[in-house]
Write a protein that binds this ligand. Structure first.
Ligand code: MCA
Ligand code: AMP
Length: 493
């Protein structure tokens, strides 16, 4: 992100951020972040890759804090705003964060915990003013960010990206999607994942463009801002496009026509994080006049494959490898496959993360001996375009664009006093992509499922909680005694 800070010098007067009805230039943003970096340094010369966790609302403050951490030499660890305390503490403990920065509304949630763990806490708005410090030199190969991703293990893993990784992820998108400083985008995504952090905010900042923020997803608010006629780039997950379509359909015809006219003037609309259903793509085309540009990415690699900005965007396909990203398909022995066969996607390039935090075993396991990252996603190439066919693991669920581990939910469910065993699976769903459901073998069939759900939400995020439960006597298993998740899915149909 060091190039980012160099780029900024050329567009200091441009409008960088609009949030909470205020507009900020790059000059203001940079100077506020440098001031804050001094506070973060707290007399030290360099944070030397110390982890700084932050729970900050989307907007000016978020970017200011993120840039301050980077300029002070720290590793930025953004926390999910909707996570309950145990999930937040998991990340804080795992990263061994030395500093925690929060928007005022999260102070009460985290205060006790930071005191108990002896972590310095900065509450925005209550920070002391200190003189501007000299900021350290940061090499590109230093670690910049840790994002937590759920996977085939029961605990989320910290994905460590360097400044060089992030720069590669951003620059390929800026070039391929032709970002310019006259672009104006709207950030509606959570900011503890690559989609919001890299594709939306960082590409905007790299280009000297404008990013407008809303505090949380709201179809009404998104359309209200679209109507102002400034926004020309929009990115979201399929569930959001689904929700926007439903909302648009509920509007009077005059309002629908007005919105369609506004959206037709956009330069680019992108969709990703989960498979875009062809029906959603087609409906969105009617509503907005745009053929959504679908792309494929992952926390560990940023974006790898994208439909073209200019050229054919094919429904049901994710396109071609982005410049600078090497992609290949392999069989289960990690050998190249024959043309026309499907295989696991492997990725190599400067965009690929360096390691899972504090987890060398997982790092070794997820790379081939010659350095290709194993995505676990299966694809096929048809007429030159990649099509995603599915995933290697049934234990990974994609719901609302979030990657969710069935194993993580099962582990928590099994700690409930009335549950003997369980199996969590994802069912195909038009709106959410997959809907999380759980089959339970219980000690007492009078178990109150509403209470169970409330209890679960005290430990894991609401978006990870099952939408449906089914009480069964026994889980379906194969001859080896392993639960057959495809059979579990059938029980719900
Ligand atoms: C929320 N709800 C859900 C989910 N999320 N139900 C099922 N599945 C979910 N995933 C439920 C809540 O529990 C709540 O239920 C109700 O929906 C409303 O909750 P709320 O949080 O208000 O939902 P929302 O605001 O309507 O959010 C929907 C959303 C959100 C905007 C689509 O899920 C979202 O922001 N998704 C984007 C995630 C994302 O950025 N993924 C990128 C990671 P109740 O009322 O019962 O409490 S992937 C990535 O970064 C890679 C690199 C990539 O390729 O991009
Ligand atoms: P995450 O780890 O949250 O970054 O999620 C990455 C995963 O999202 C990938 O491994 C894919 O399974 C899925 N994904 C991202 N983009 C797409 C897409 N366009 N189509 C299908 N799956 C996608």
């Amino acid at each position: 992100m060091l190039t980012l800070f160099k780029n900024i010098k050329t567009y200091l007067p441009n409008q960088s951020i609009i949030s909470n009805s205020f507009s900020y230039s790059y000059e203001i943003l940079l100077s506020a972040s440098q001031q804050f970096a001094s506070l973060v340094l707290n007399g030290k010369k360099d944070l030397n890759e110390a982890r700084v966790a932050f729970m900050v609302n989307p907007g000016f403050d978020y970017v200011k804090v993120q840039w301050a951490i980077w300029q002070a030499g720290g590793i930025a660890v953004p926390l999910c705003l909707s996570h309950p305390l145990p999930s937040l503490e998991y990340v804080i403990d795992d990263t061994e964060a030395i500093l925690m920065i929060v928007s005022p509304q999260y102070e009460n949630l985290l205060k006790e915990s930071t005191i108990a763990k002896n972590i310095r806490l900065i509450v925005l708005g209550k920070e002391e003013k200190i003189p501007l410090a000299e900021l350290p030199y940061i090499d590109k190969n230093r670690k910049a960010m840790i994002l937590y991703t759920s996977g085939t293990t029961n605990k989320p893993k910290g994905v460590v990206s360097t400044h060089a990784n992030l720069e590669a992820q951003i620059s390929t998108l800026v070039t391929s999607w032709e970002w310019t400083n006259s672009d104006h985008t709207l950030c509606v995504l959570p900011l503890h994942h690559v989609h919001g952090i890299v594709n939306v905010i960082s590409c905007t900042m790299w280009s000297g463009a404008t990013c407008e923020f809303i505090p949380e997803f709201s179809a009404d608010e998104i359309f209200r801002l679209f109507k102002k006629g400034k926004i020309n780039v929009f990115m979201a997950v399929p569930t959001i496009y689904f929700k926007l379509i439903t909302y648009w359909e509920s509007l009077p015809i005059t309002e629908q026509e007005l919105l369609t006219a506004c959206m037709k003037k956009f330069r680019l609309m992108v969709c990703g994080s989960a498979a875009l259903p062809v029906s959603v793509m087609e409906k969105w085309k009617i509503i907005s006049g745009h053929t959504l540009l679908e792309r494929y990415g992952m926390t560990e690699i940023g974006m790898a494959i994208s439909n073209p900005y200019r050229g054919q965007r094919r429904a049901g396909y994710v396109g071609l490898p982005l410049p600078g990203v090497n992609v290949k398909l392999v069989n289960e022995n990690f050998e190249d496959i024959n043309e026309g066969d499907s295989g696991e996607i492997l990725v190599k390039g400067e965009n690929v993360f360096i390691e899972y935090w504090n987890n060398p075993e997982a790092t070794v396991k997820e790379f081939t001996a010659d350095g290709w990252f194993k995505t676990g996603d299966v694809a096929i190439i048809e007429d030159g375009y990649y099509r995603i066919m599915g995933r290697n693991s049934v234990d990974i669920i994609k719901s609302g664009g979030y990657k969710i581990s069935a194993l993580e939910i099962e582990e928590v469910l099994r700690t409930h006093l009335l549950i003997n065993d369980c199996a969590v699976v994802g069912l195909d769903d038009n709106e959410w992509g997959e809907l999380i459901v759980a089959a339970l073998v219980v000690k007492d069939k009078a178990i109150n499922l509403k209470d169970l759900n409330t209890w679960l939400r005290t430990t894991i995020a609401a978006y990870k909680t099952p939408r449906k439960y089914l009480l069964i006597d026994e889980l379906p298993r194969n001859a080896m005694g392993k639960v057959t998740k495809n059979e579990v899915k059938k029980l719900f149909i």
